[in-house]
Design a protein around this ligand. Sequence first.
Ligand code: BGC
Length: 825
Amino acid sequence: MIQSAAVLPALDESDLAARVASLSLEQKVRLLTGADFWSLHPEPAAGLRRLVVSDGPAGVRGERWDERDPSANVPSPTALAATWDEELIEELGGLLASEARRKGVDVVLAPTVNLHRTPYAGRHFECFSEDPLLTARIGVSYVCGVQDGGVGATVKHFIANDSETERMTLDAHIDERTLRELYLAPFEAIIREAGVWSVMASYNAVNGEPMTESSLLRDVLQRELDFDGLVMSDWFATSSTEASARAALDLVMPGPDGPWGEALLQAVRAGKVDPATIDDKVLRVLRLAARVGALEGTTSSRPPAFDDPHIAAALRRIAAASFVLARNERALLPLDLRGLERVAVIGPNAAAARTLGGGSATVLPPYTVSPLEGLRSALQPAVQVTHSLGLQPSRRIPVAPVSCLHVPGTSEPGVELRFLDPDGTLLASEHRRGCAFKWLGSLDIAGAVSRIEVHAVLRASRPGTYAIGASGLGRYRLALDGEEVLDERLELPPGADIVEGLMTPPQTAHRVELDAGQEIGIVLTHDVRSAASGDGLLAVSFELNVALPYAGDDHEIGRAEAVAAEADIVVLVVGTTEEVESEGFDRTSLSLPGRQDELVRRVTAVNRSTIVVVNAGAPVLMPWADDVAAVLLAWFPGQEFGNALADVLLGVAEPGGRLPTTWPASEAGLPSTRPIDGVLRYDEGLSVGYRGGGRDTLFPFGHGLGYSSWEYEALGAPPRAAPGAAVRVTVELRNTGGRRSREVVQLYASRSDSGIARPVRWLVGFAAVIAEPGERATATLIVPPRAFQHWSVEHGRWALEPGTFALAAGSSSAALPMSTRITMA
Ligand code: BGC
């Protein structure tokens, strides 16, 4: 495993303690609740400046949610894990640290290391893997990369926040062995090996204790793992004063209001919370501040410099390294350009770049490259690239495309926002080139804004029915050419999650018929006060929506067939969107949304040389998989999507990804995300994903094809090993194909004669090799002692069952040509 090379700024603990001691109780308690949505209070008396935190796993958003302040959009975490490449992910961590510093951010709210317990999970794309070892190793690399750059990482969400349904209140019932061996393992590794500076406590409860009050914080994080960093709550997760303060929760987020503050002061004064507990929390705040250089007299290390071309090149490389070539019949890929005249790029995700999932992990990229754009720039003019939408799976009205809007009285693309006070006086206006508007914490406008108006002119590019409307919460009025056509109050259904309200809120729209070239004036008015959240924190979030005329799925699928039939090769890009995979809700079906399965069948029926690119953050069902020539799983790959895709399809880069999670063939037997009477039982225990064996699997854990072939020739392992020692295993293999290639060698253990319940097999190590055609390579895998241990519930510690373990090596959990045995005694 990577040892953190982090050059931690030397912490003078006695200096920190002196600073704590210099503060009054009031000053101390004030530091323990956020100052606003994204920052901690400054405290001049302690030399503490304002400290800024920001989401998240797919980039660093910064304090503003605004297309004018963009962020590098990196591949989604599942894609990162699919690289099985620790060095690459450490490099990415450096890029994130550089982004954080550019945006004035001290602590990144990532990585998310909850496990892929079930593919239904809404935030599956935001987590690395179903496997704790792979999650740990990718997580350690990520955190080392970020923190080596002097920026804090926050490993989240501690713990068992593996799905979204009722996430604020559910009580996950998990047996102790499963908790230790699976769900805690990545946190443990990241604390011990990467020395992470901060942990986020999740919304849910585990075995009856809400995580912001859980004994696991003190007993496991602090006492057992010697965690010296800060535990912050997930946003609005803390609901108690004394219980959470007595637990090892250090910081309530966000602020300035919340259950601590004055109530905590009273509790300390009344002797219900020990002042020493408060001091320890403040010490942890200051320690974090010292680490990120937010404390007078401290400096943090600097991130590597990443300029725009460097970012683009890195993200293109990482995305290509994450794509999993799941199937490649007739060696259709890489594409042979000889004789190729026409390539059709088809599908709902072909021209729209679906680069990220939804929720708090959202960032606003400076640009995106869609598959269509990427292939056009790689192939044209030598090869003709045609396109067809295929169908429109979403029934939601999309955010208005800026290309069809301009600011009234100008030819500037985009819209004008006007901020008005209660008397209707204009306080400020701004020109925006995006139509999704979000302010969390502050509007950054001087004066009392009570109304925001969006002014724009829509120019119809083609004749037909246009739907014009709004999404959000609160009151919306829409006027078209000066005439009010809508006045509606939009509310969330009872029990809905706050983030769902921000990301996929209710919509309203008015339909108009327009001729090609016709223009129509739009004024959308939103009353701000009604949208502010009840606890004094401002959260304004709404969209101007415009749906362009749509001829219907039947018509579009028919067109796609015609375009496909005329092409030499079809690249069919299907998938989900940030609307389907997001936060605050889980998926209820793993099928591709809309009629996409039918689209795949009909397109592949007219053109057998079809490559199906699946652009989804998490597994989807593919009832057609055995009938299509090639399947490439592309995840939510970040802003360089199209360029990376072109590189892989044309063979400029090898598809580097291996599945970090089992890809199921059906929904049968998958763990549910639905709590019963508030309780979510982890009844599958240790049998998560491939560990359970026997499930209906389409593509197994670890699977992924490169552009070469390999023969495994020898597996070397000592016949015996002493408990507690790491075991060195070597695998010799040969590149038997025709090009230079990288292979991820995986090693699994199993135990058939065990006296305790065991998974069918479990990953104990992996290593990548690169070789030229015909060349041999040796992969060296160091298996940590923990890989052979289990958690003894009886003794409350890790234990080794003496005896013989089987070891098997190969290219996936289901392709293990080499095996041997090792006796631990
Ligand atoms: C999410 C966290 C996130 C926080 C701040 C919460 O709803 O669960 O992952 O960091 O919001 O955006």
